[in-house]
Each structure stands twice: as C-alpha cells, then as structure tokens.
Design a binder for this molecule. Structure first.
Ligand code: F6R
Length: 621
C-alpha cells in the first residue's frame, strides 16, 4: 500500500486478483501457525466463520491436509456464531456447515471444536455465552480470527448498534441479513430471527484478525468499514482500532476503496481513457452539474489539475467525455446496418447477427436485458437464450405441491387406465414433499419437478418477446443439479456442456453476467465456467467475429463510466419488459428501478432523459 492510500485506509487491505489466490495465501499463513505451534507442542487457536466467503479458504485447508499432511490435531476452534433455535442437524445450522465444509475432512478432534450452542433454552443463553467466553480464555485466547463481512457491516452477527466491548450474546438479526439468508432457507419466513454471536469485544481480543470479502456487492460496505468513521453502525469499522487486523479482498470487493475508485485523490495517476471518463463523471455527480458545465476550477479543486494540463481546458475535456457517453447510447444492440458504425457500440456487420444470451438462472436474462432481447428480435437477429442452470433451488415447495395436486385431480377426473401412472407419480411427489418437511433436502424427483416449473415460466416469459421455443435451451449444468447455494463444485462436465453450445451456435454476440458476483454464487460460478469455455474454444473460427457483452442482473449495477452500450427504453417498452419478467412467479416482482436509475444517471450527466436504460460493458476477454 502506498502511503497516500494509507491516508484513506485505516485497516491494511490487500487486494488479490481473485478469491482463490487470497485463500491460498491465508491458508498458508494458517498452516505455518499450526506447524509453529506443533513444533513447540502447543495448540493453535482459530476463530472461524461460516457463510459463503470462507468456503474456498476451507477447501484450501483441506487440500493442505490431504496433499501436504497438515495436521489439525493441535488446533482448537471457536466459531463466531450460530442461529438460535436450529438443531445441529438442521441443513442451515452452522454446526452442519462446519462439518460439511471443514471438520469432516480434516483430523481435528471433536473435543477441540467449539460452536455457540444454538439449542439452549432462552433461560440458559446468558450462561452459555459466558461459558463460551470462558472457554476461549481457557484456551489462551484466539490466535487468528477469520471473518467475513455482512452487507450491514456486521462481523460475526454483530449487527448495527453492537458495542465495541460487546461480549458473546444473543442478538436479533437485521432485516438485510435475514433477506440475504432467505434463499438458503427457502424463504425469509424460515430464517431465524435470533442468533448467538461472539461479541465485537470477543473478536477484538484475537491476536490477529483476517477479514475476507469477495465480489462487488461487498465493495461499498468494505470501503465504509476501512475508510469511514469508527461507528457502531458498522461493526467491522471497530477493526480500525485493532493493531493486527487485515482485509483480504478480491478485485470486486476492493473496487470502492478510494485508491481504486478515485485514484486521482490518492496520488498521481496514469490517465487512461477509462479513468478520464470515470473522473469527469464523478466530478459531474459530485458537483451536481452536467458534464458540459464543468469549469477549469472544478477540476483544479478536485485533484485533477494534471488532467487539465494533458486534456484541457475544461470545455474541451467536457465535450470529449460528453461525446463518448453519447456514443454509448444505441437502440441497435446488434449494430445498425448501412450506417457508419465508427461511433456506435456494436459493429454494423455482420448483419443479421447470431446473438446468444446466457442466463445463469432463469429470469437473469429478462431482468437485465428484456428490452434489449426485444430489440434484437425485432431487428431481425437470431436470438438464442441458454439457461445455464435449471434454477430449481429457487422454487418453493408450494409450487411443486400445486403441480402434483393438479396432476392428481386431472388424473382422477379421467379414470382411464393410462392415468394410473400419473396418479402414482403425483402421490409419490406429495409423499416426498411431506416426508422431507420444509427444511429437508429435495430428492432428484422433486428437483426435476421444480426444474419443470421453472422451464414453463421461462417459456412463458420469453413468449412475451416473441422468441420461438426452438431458440430456448436448458443446459442444466451438472454443478447446480448436484449442489446447493453457495457451495457448488463446478467441474469439467460443466465446461464441456458450455463449450458444446458455443460451438454449436457460433454466436457473433454473447451476453453474459457474473463478472462482479460473489464467486460462490450461481452467477459467479457460471461466469468462471464461461471464461474457461471461451478459452478452450479460442481457436474456433467463430470467435474471431464474436464480441461478448456483460450485463448485470442481481449484482451491483454498472457505474456510468463502465457502460459501453446503453440501450434506451420508452415507457411502453419498459412496461412490456416488466410484464414479461412477472411471468417468473418464484421471484420478487421487478419495478424497473434499476433501469430507471441508469437513465436518470445519464440525464444528470446532461445527456438525453430516457425512461429507462439497459446497460452493458464490453468484455475484454
Ligand atoms: C458467519 C458470520 C457472518 C458472515 C457474513 C458474510 O459466521 O459471522 O458475519 O461472515 O454474514 O456472509 P457471506 O460470507 O455468506 O457473505
């Protein structure tokens, strides 16, 4: 870190290219701590976290155990937290998580594992928490505490309002935290309201603290914790007061730190085209002035005098950026035929194009680019939508139940012999549903029914865009079918399925998402598979003519300077997009807020005032 960056960053942050690299470094540190202690016959005491963030780190530890003989015999662990009221065997309990993700794969003695007891009675909570603290003391305190960070800025489950010296205790989970867990629990109503957590004080007593964060969705809260005031509104900010805490970040999670977001405020910079665009749009928003009204003094007063020296005066720089932004706007996402395309985001030729839209889960495609799909089809391009996963994990039991009941009713009404099988099938489905209960694991039959529910929704939704069924493909990548949220293990089969469809369709344009997602999410996994598949098919001729456009669905939207193509929408187009999206009944209704926000941004920069915009960034490969 440069000393300039240190003015802003009050906790040392190391940013790695990706989470795997960060986890390797951290696992090596842990291994060396364990070995050092082994050499002097002592214990190493680790504080452990759950959630999606540490999963790749635990995989590294397991790898070191299996491949390099790292033993955990001398390790004592203390987990940060546990949901209150969940039995250890519940599929979402942190006890079970730790077993599945680490403990069952290494030689750590059971007697050295400690997890806050989620099943004690309310009357016993106080005492159990006090005992937990005492046990940490007895073990000699925590040598290394591993942390993730929640979107509320929580560490452990220390939600906003937690005091700096708070001990292990029972807390009420914040609404945002419960929403984030809703998918895992198959609906927010099933997410526990309370949890037991180590306190901020307990965490602060660890001798060393390593907090990990991945993906752009964590970027803003990371920046606040590291660069903002120390406040109980963001419990991770208390780590500024620890003398041996460190943040390990991937590029996405580090992206809102001042050194990355506004590097010109930190020191001298190499003014690349993208950086110039970023600086000018930032200044325009900060001063609440359209780009064309920025003055020389505005630039000088905000650390950009060298930019003026290179590219000024202001009016010249303003026009340059205004034009660049203007050129990102196009109602012709497949390129406009017979037109000069020098200043258009897409090439005019070839015309028509084969456009391939990859959706990690059903609904990603329409939420992010329903209007663009509409235009592509209307403008004569051949559009194929490929659903990479079935999305069956997002389908509630009630949808499967309704399906089974309709089937049963229908079959009963027929009474013909050939309806016996469907009746049996429906009966079995209902039986399976009852047997597993709300938290049980779906068996293959249930998952396949849920896939069908999702398929029919996808077909309905895309029918609104006049997309023929022959252009809808369901890839059902195996990593998803055999996995569960945040714990997927992609493999070669996934890559080859993706390579096959790319080779078969030979697209001129691919639309894809996931570059900014948490790497453990469905979109994050799919994005990495896509990168590998593109690399493996790099020599195929179609790739010479293929451009990839990234879109954002559930992730943090693109900032204005990241947008290379902005497809505007009229109120009518937005309305029909929202109608199409609403066919996806398993998910929250879309209000078009994201599309409207991008349009507003363009308007504020002084460009045209559209109702809504869908945004894309050209993939550099
Ligand atoms: C988990 C924990 C939490 C998580 C945080 C981030 O034991 O204490 O603070 O680290 O909620 O969760 P993920 O990693 O799922 O984004």
């Amino acid at each position: 870190m440069t000393s300039e960056a240190e003015q802003f960053e009050k906790i040392p942050c190391i940013s790695y290219e990706n989470s795997s690299e960060a986890c390797r470094v951290l696992a090596v540190e842990v291994a060396s701590l364990i070995r050092q202690r082994q050499a002097s016959s002592k214990h190493a005491v680790l504080g452990l976290a759950t959630g999606s963030t540490p999963v790749p780190f635990y995989r590294e530890l397991i790898h070191l155990h299996k491949k390099e003989g790292l033993s955990f015999q001398n390790v004592i662990t203390f987990n940060l937290d546990e949901y209150f009221g969940l039995e250890p065997q519940h599929r979402e309990s942190y006890y079970r998580f730790m077993r599945e993700q680490l403990f069952d794969h290494v030689d750590l003695p059971d007697s050295q594992i400690n997890i806050p007891p989620g099943t004690v009675s309310r009357e016993q909570v106080f005492r159990a928490c006090r005992d937990y603290e005492a046990k940490i003391e007895e073990a000699g305190g925590i040598d290394l505490q591993i942390l993730g960070i929640g979107r509320t800025g929580h560490i452990g489950f220390n939600e906003p309002g937690s005091a700096q010296d708070s001990p292990t205790r029972m807390i009420t989970l914040d609404k945002v935290t419960r929403e984030d867990a809703a998918r895992d629990f198959l609906g927010i109503d099933h997410v526990p309201r309370f949890a037991l957590t180590m306190g901020v004080g307990t965490i602060m007593r660890a001798r060393r603290i390593a907090l990990m964060a991945w993906g752009e969705n964590k970027a803003d809260i990371v920046a606040k914790a590291v660069e903002g005031e120390v406040t109980d509104a963001i419990s991770a900010s208390f780590l500024q007061l620890h003398d041996n805490a460190q943040f390990l970040l991937d590029a996405g999670a580090a992206s809102s730190l001042t050194r990355n977001q506004h590097p010109w405020l930190v020191g001298s910079v190499d003014w690349t085209d993208e950086l110039i665009r970023r600086a000018v749009t930032w200044l325009s928003r900060k001063l609440n002035k359209p780009v064309l009204k920025l003055l020389d003094e505005d630039y000088n007063e905000h650390g950009m005098s060298d930019l003026l020296t290179d590219c000024g005066p202001a009016y010249q720089l303003n026009i340059r950026i205004f034009n660049e932004l203007q050129h990102t706007i196009s109602g012709w996402p497949g390129g406009k035929p017979d037109e000069d395309d020098r200043y258009r985001p897409e090439r005019a030729l070839p015309f028509h194009k084969r456009s391939l839209i990859l959706a990690p889960e059903p609904s990603d495609e329409l939420r992010a680019m329903g209007g663009t799909i509409d235009r592509l089809i209307e403008q004569g391009h051949t559009v194929d939508v490929v659903f990479l996963t079935s999305g069956n994990l997002g389908v509630g039991d009630d949808a499967a139940e309704r399906f089974a009941e309709v089937l049963k009713e229908l079959a009963n009404a027929q009474s013909a012999e050939n309806w016996e099988a469907p009746v049996r099938y429906a009966g079995q489905l209902l039986g399976d549903l009852a047997a597993k209960g709300p938290f049980g694991q779906d068996n293959t039959t249930l998952r396949s029914i849920k896939s069908l529910v999702r398929r029919s929704e996808a077909r309905h939704a895309l029918r609104n865009c006049n997309l023929g069924e022959e252009h809808i493909h369901f890839l059902e990548l195996p990593f998803y079918e055999s996995g569960r949220y945040r714990r997927f293990k992609p493999g070669d089969n996934d890559v080859s399925a993706l390579c096959d469809i790319l080779t078969k369709l030979e697209p001129h344009q691919v639309y894809m998402t996931g570059s900014a997602s948490d790497p453990s999410s469905v979109a994050g996994v799919c994005y990495r598979l896509f990168q590998t598949a593109m690399a493996q098919t790099a020599k195929e001729a179609w790739q010479d003519e293929c451009w990839t456009w990234l879109y954002r669905s559930g992730e943090k939207p693109f900032a204005s300077y990241e947008i290379d193509m902005a497809v505007p929408m009229s109120p009518g187009q937005l309305k029909s997009k929202l109608t199409a999206v609403s066919q996806y009944t398993q998910e929250e209704k879309s209000t078009g807020a994201r599309e409207k926000a991008v349009a507003k941004y363009y308007d504020q920069l002084g460009l045209a005032d559209y109702e809504a915009i869908e945004a894309f960034r050209r993939w550099a490969g």
